[in-house]
Design a protein around this ligand. Structure first.
Ligand code: ATR
Length: 287
């Protein structure tokens, strides 16, 4: 066990609820492996305490924070600087504190892209179907559009997909279609798509029998990325594999967003395999 000293740098995560976060195990294991004098703690912060929590982090000279639900958007006015992509997205998940100057980043977006690129998938110029139009979709859709993919966003409430598509089209002058998430539209979009990303919560534990896409619409030429990581192998990914598609699970995005935050705080390359291993183990112990 690492000793905490007067020199130990402190990082952490703020959210509410926070009990189920995988981030402390990933980051503390990574600090240990690299022999870095850092510690990472969970902080439950209620929405009404958010500004005070940010001021507290600044006053306590906390080196870095991750930010999770429900604070990813609301925290922005309390920061000093924003990375340009995070500014376009309008949400952050990582803060770096450089001598009292707090800068916000969105490593959900960059982590998602890295997870794709690591598997040899370059989204530039590809047709991508994104299911969902919530917070996760926002980060993913923005970075895909920035990278030069052409997007179709399908959502249960089509007005949300429309709104997101408009913001993206404004920011990148790119081609973005918005549709209702139903079988007919899925059939039409997936006939042409090369990559399918599920950002909805369909298939997440405990409703593991659900899937956003009927199995007969899946095909071997698709790359299917499901950002749900609990369970790691969702019904969508199982059926995609049966169809012969290449699959990427949500743990990859989780691990990459953590790795990219780690690198910003420490300046060291993150031990990705270790972070993946401890997150997998921790998920196995979830009740
Ligand atoms: P997150 O930050 O994980 O994206 P969110 O902002 O609450 O969470 O978004 C959840 C997404 O999952 C939304 O796209 C939501 O669709 P609606 O905008 O229509 O609500 C989608 N979603 C959740 N449950 C769903 C269900 N049973 N069927 C279809 N889509 C669902």
């Amino acid at each position: 066990m690492r000793l905490i000293s007067g020199k130990t740098k402190v990082c952490g995560i703020i959210g509410d609820p926070i009990e189920h976060t995988m981030s402390p195990v990933m980051h503390n294991a990574a600090f240990d492996r690299l022999g870095l004098d850092y510690v990472y703690l969970p902080f439950r912060v209620a929405a009404k305490e958010l500004e005070r929590a940010v001021e507290g982090a600044r006053a306590l000279n906390i080196r870095g924070l991750n930010v999770t639900i429900p604070h990813k958007v609301a925290i922005i006015p309390f920061l000093d600087k924003l990375d340009p992509l995070a500014e376009k997205i309008g949400a952050i998940n990582t803060i770096v504190n450089d001598d009292g100057v707090l800068t916000g980043y969105n490593t959900d977006a960059t982590g998602f892209l890295q997870a794709l690129l690591e598997q040899g998938i370059e989204p530039k110029g590809k047709r991508v179907a994104v299911l969902g139009a919530g917070g996760a979709s926002r980060a993913i859709s923005f970075i895909l559009a920035q990278r030069g993919a052409s997007l179709a966003i399908l959502n249960r409430q089509p007005a949300r997909a429309q709104e997101l598509a408009q913001r993206i089209a404004q920011a990148f002058k790119s081609e973005v279609e918005a549709l209702a998430l139903n079988e007919e539209n899925l059939a039409q979009v997936l006939a042409k798509a090369e990559i399918l990303v599920n950002t909805t919560s369909l298939g997440m534990s405990p409703e593991v029998d659900k899937t956003p896409v009927p199995a007969q619409l899946l095909k071997s030429s698709l790359v299917v990325f499901d950002i749900v990581y609990n369970p790691i192998q969702t019904r969508l990914l199982r059926e995609a594999e049966v169809a012969g598609a290449k699959t990427i699970n949500g743990l990859e995005m989780l691990v990459w967003q953590g790795a990219l935050a780690f690198e910003k705080w420490t300046g060291e390359k993150a031990p990705l395999d270790l972070m993946r291993q401890v997150a997998t183990e921790a998920l196995g112990h979830e009740d």
